[in-house]
Design a protein around this ligand. Sequence first.
Ligand code: SAM
Length: 163
Amino acid sequence: MITRLDLFIDRMVSQRACLDYAIAETAGMSGPVFELGLGNGRTYHHMKHNINGRDIYVFERAVASHPDSTPPEELTILGDVRETLPAAVERFGATASLIHADLGGHNRAKNDAFARLVSPLIEPLLAVGGMMVSSDRMYFDSLREMPLPPDAVEGRCFIYRRD
Ligand code: SAM
């Protein structure tokens, strides 16, 4: 029996392993990083401290993060991602070196439906060589799903790359 605690721990361990892997793989790129869903700001805090020389833009509908993990106003893109992502495509084009999405809640079916909806809005933002890390399976036409790094647990995190 896998308990909710087991699932939570697996998700956190996998998130960190996948982020560390994608940060290292894209370290030579200069394009911006997009954090989709700030929440408490734990993954943003981790990215901020491990990414050098790249702007990290945060997409969030209502900022309520830990004070240590609150992005500067000029790098905060406030609003519903269903509206802010299409605007970001206009503004940034396919320039993102790394996109991390953690937009879901506790309802798996709802998370999956939302992942299907936002996948085509995220896809055009990723630069060639860029990587996308997600807590939910995504539905991309042109991005390749990558094997997970050793510490990550299958199904708890997903990584995609634009070749
Ligand atoms: N990764 C974060 C952390 O480590 O603290 C947790 C992110 S939390 C699970 C998900 C966040 O996504 C919430 O803050 C929620 O407000 C945001 N979110 C969910 N749906 C959204 C939408 N349609 N537009 C913008 N933000 C959204």
